[in-house]
Design a protein around this ligand. Structure first.
Ligand code: GCB
Length: 621
């Protein structure tokens, strides 16, 4: 059996030059531990469609602010760290100062912050441990699949290090084949949500830094030769042609790959090339194109040797023509809303199908056809639900505000997260836009940094549009969008807060816009804060009336921008943010939601709903 090396993975091939920085950049904390079977984690497209042994549930947990479970008093990495899950023995000549068996539990998947009051503000390392029993089969690879863990993490199985990862919002898979054995096993994770100057995102964000194993964890078993990634989408040309590729890991060149759509009666086959990739292209008759009106999903079976995946996919095209956005060849206006990955009602990180159904259900009720999933890749269940409900999606890389744009290590981290985002979610019909960044400063270093990301996203996926949420300048009553990054984008996004951070609601009436790019424009943010239930005059800040007033003036201003092709006001639901301490009003929540964190709709919800349902805002052309 061929060894399972990073050099063979699709992502790793692209990343070969930068992966050094990812791990080298993680400083001493991520130095190698012994014994180690660690290899770089890989992406498995459609991992959630594979049979899996769930490891969700209660995990033992130990808070370790000084990381003494991994480092000695002279800050050397311990060979007998807590990853050994040692049980003290009678007669031991030394004390064992931890015991996972008696440690308090934390739920997985979940952030730790909302599970215990003492953890609300915790930023630092946390240990997790879980026992599981397993019967490995011959000729299989076993992966530990982690939906997401914020921000850095190390994993050990039966005391052997299996992988490490940086980045809080993407899924990854660690090869644990050599570490798992028949019978009783245990997995230990050390998760550290310390914010880093050279992190992505960096030190400042306007959301809560939820730590932990925030998305589902499972074991996935695949044959020795298996499909790791695939990309199937509708060709933009005439007629209905599905094109893409399937990549087979550890297979011989010339291995057969099959793609079948039973409902359409089509089955296509191809063979892999030297890199393990098989190019796919086949015509389909009678295809119902995926759209918000007809979110048709087809069962798609992808096969290679002993391996097969049952996907559920929609097929549509997305492109621009001048200042228009065309969905399936027809101009569309994106009536949207921004959403943070905050769980409705219970707060904390959203990660269940029910969270997705609530958030996207409200979005549908608003009359929207589109969502901006800010400011990082959301849970897979949001994307599956958007596919099913017929909501178009803007998916975002967490390049937020100010990063250390001159630092090549930071670029490598942003590239790694972008790769993981695209390679994991590239088969969702709902996603039409890859957003590279949000509100970054217009400097040369920033522009070069994000242009590199945009080129990379295009190389990985040429079937979608590239965007970013840009800052705008003000000159008297004119708002100017001339950020140099605009050149690298297919669709320009702009954030503005007229009536909230500047001027009053009526300031929008006298505002003119100068957009220096002949490209479609999405107003990716505007809004105002209100505490649900607080009423007063329309000029009284924090009241529902004030917020609704900002929306009214904004909507009529937006209608005066000829190239506006969409909007995603800020934001669907209130979300936790430590930057928002105003007692009695904010109480550490960003209150710009149209709905409170407890599900209470504010007046502005109905203002926007009316505009969306009446289609009184935005025209496709
Ligand atoms: C912004 C940011 C967003 C903030 C929002 C606000 O421009 O993009 O992350 O939460 O403003 O509420 O200030």
């Amino acid at each position: 059996m061929k060894s399972f090396s990073i050099g063979l993975s699709v992502r790793a091939l692209a990343l070969a030059s930068s992966s050094f920085f990812v791990f080298a950049g993680s400083s001493a904390i991520f130095a190698a531990t012994a014994p180690s079977l660690a290899s770089a984690p890989i992406v498995l497209t459609g991992a959630d469609r594979r049979p899996a042994l769930s490891l969700d549930g209660q995990w033992a947990s130990i808070i370790d602010p000084y990381f003494s479970g991994l480092f000695s008093f002279h800050h050397e990495e311990k060979a007998n760290g807590w990853f050994l899950n040692r049980k003290a023995q009678p007669g031991d000549a030394f004390p064992t100062e931890y015991n996972f068996a008696t440690a308090p539990k934390l739920k997985v998947p979940a952030d730790w912050n909302t599970q215990r009051p003492s953890l609300l503000y915790y930023e630092g390392p946390m240990w997790y441990e879980r026992d599981f029993s397993y019967e490995p089969k011959q000729h299989t690879h076993i992966f530990l699949h982690i939906g997401a863990t914020n921000y850095r993490s190390l994993f050990w199985v039966n005391g052997q290090k299996v992988c490490e990862h940086e980045g809080g919002f993407t899924s990854f898979n660690c090869d644990v084949t050599a570490a798992v054995h028949a019978g009783a096993n245990f997995v230990v994770a050390a998760v550290d949500n310390t914010r880093l100057e050279d992190g992505v995102p960096g030190l400042e964000t306007d959301w809560w830094n939820y730590g932990g194993l925030t998305r589902s964890v499972s074991l996935i078993e695949v044959p020795e030769t298996f499909i790791d990634q695939y990309d199937l989408h509708l060709d933009r040309g005439e007629g209905s042609v599905i094109e893409g590729w399937v990549h087979v890991m550890d297979g011989r060149p010339g291995s057969k790959v099959e793609v079948e759509i039973p409902e359409l009666g089509v089955k296509a086959s191809a063979v892999t090339d030297a890199s393990g990739r098989a190019a796919i292209r086949f015509p389909v008759d009678g295809l119902v194109r995926w759209s918000p009106q007809t979110p048709k999903l087809y069962k798609v079976v992808v096969r290679a040797g002993m391996d097969s995946i049952n996907e559920l996919m929609g097929f549509r095209t997305i492109e621009t023509r001048g200042t228009e956005i065309l969905l399936n060849g027809k101009p569309i206006f994106l009536r949207g809303i921004s959403i943070q990955g905050e769980a409705p009602y219970r707060t904390g990180r959203a990660n269940t199908v029910q969270d997705a159904e609530t958030l996207l259900g409200w979005t549908k009720e608003l009359g929207a056809n589109y969502v901006r999933l800010a400011h990082y890749p959301h849970d897979e269940s949001m994307l599956r639900t958007a596919d099913r409900m017929g909501l178009l999606v803007w998916s975002e890389n967490p390049v937020y505000w100010a990063l250390d744009f001159d630092n090549p290590k930071v670029l490598a981290k942003a590239e790694q997260q972008l790769d993981e985002e695209i390679e994991t979610s590239r088969n969702h019909a709902s996603i039409i836009l890859w957003s590279m960044a949000n509100e970054t400063p217009d400097t040369e270093a920033r522009t070069k940094f994000i242009e590199t990301l945009a080129a990379r996203a295009r190389a990985l996926d040429s079937s979608r549009l590239i965007t970013a949420a840009l800052l705008v300048r003000t000159d008297g009553h004119t708002k100017i969008l001339d950020d140099r990054l605009g050149k690298a984008l297919d669709v320009v996004g702009a954030n503005e807060y007229i009536g909230w951070y500047e001027g009053n609601p009526a300031s929008a009436d006298v505002t003119h816009w100068r957009i220096d790019y002949q490209k479609p424009l999405i107003m990716s943010e505007f809004g105002a804060a209100a505490k649900a239930g607080l009423h007063g005059g329309k000029d009284q800040r924090w009241t529902e009336e004030f917020q609704a007033n900002v929306y009214r003036h904004q909507l009529s201003m937006l209608n005066r921008i000829p190239q506006l092709r969409g909007m995603s006001p800020w934001i669907l639901m209130d979300f936790r943010s430590p930057n928002r301490p105003l007692a009695g009003i904010q109480d550490e929540f960003n209150r710009k939601g149209l709905i409170s964190d407890q599900g209470r709709k504010k007046l502005a919800f109905f203002v926007l709903q009316k505009a969306y349902i009446d289609k009184s805002v935005g025209k496709p052309q």
